[in-house]
Design a protein around this ligand. Structure first.
Ligand SMILES: [Fe+2]
Length: 216
């Protein structure tokens, strides 16, 4: 694997590659983290280096053509960094919404009526997503109004919305294990959502300088 040369680096997983089994296989986690996420990081760094050169030489045409690369690969880096952190081994303490995230649990029940109603609505949204993209629980500012939203491809959630947790709905996130059974992946994902992390994000937001730019 080529070492990253730019300012962004692949953050280590906060658990072992097999820690999410049987919900997400070690094979998927290996490829998803070491290959897919690493490629977003490498391509982001390459695009940023080209951008610096194009800025120096006042090459506006090159700058415009780089925007999409930076958006796609920067979004891929942001989304996957958030995703690894918002997962936890199946049925661990952090996976229990009511006890791991009491404040968020209250807000969810107040918004959707019950935990189950929220999960049903979120699952329907994930399954309704066409093509590649992400499903998110977001709040409008810290501790704000909750909503379920989707983003296409690698578009990230942007301010003023705060991403509480996301679910990767690209085929690379589930296909090797679940094949075309997207519903199986969606129904199992609830066992590995890290509600302790979600509670932190809901109350305090996300520190981008730490989350997406780990210490060198
Ligand atoms: Fe992914």
């Amino acid at each position: 694997m080529a070492a990253s040369t730019g300012p962004y680096t692949l953050p280590p997983l906060p658990y072992a590659y097999n820690a999410l089994e049987p919900v997400i296989s070690q094979q998927i986690m290996d490829l998803h983290h070491k290959k897919h996420h690493q490629t977003y990081v490498n391509n982001l760094n390459a695009a940023l280096a080209s951008q610096a050169k194009a800025t120096q030489s006042n090459d506006i045409s090159a700058l415009v053509s780089l925007l999409q690369k930076i958006k796609f690969n920067g979004g891929g880096h942001i989304n996957h960094s958030l995703f690894w952190e918002n997962l936890t081994p199946p049925d661990s303490d952090a996976s229990k919404l009511e006890t791991a995230a009491p404040t968020l649990h209250k807000a969810i029940v107040s918004r959707w009526g019950s935990e189950q109603a929220f999960k049903d609505t979120f699952s329907d949204t994930l399954l309704g997503l066409q093509g590649s993209g992400w499903g998110w629980l977001v709040s409008r500012g810290n501790g704000g109004k909750l909503d379920i939203t989707t983003t296409k491809d690698q578009d990230p959630v942007t301010a003023p919305e705060v991403p509480i947790f996301g679910v990767d709905m690209w085929e690379h996130a589930y296909y090797l294990q679940y094949l075309n059974n997207k519903g199986g992946y969606v129904s199992q994902i609830w066992r590995v959502i890290n509600w302790a992390v979600a509670e932190e994000r809901y109350k305090h937001g996300i520190d981008s300088s730490k989350t997406f730019k780990p210490a060198m």
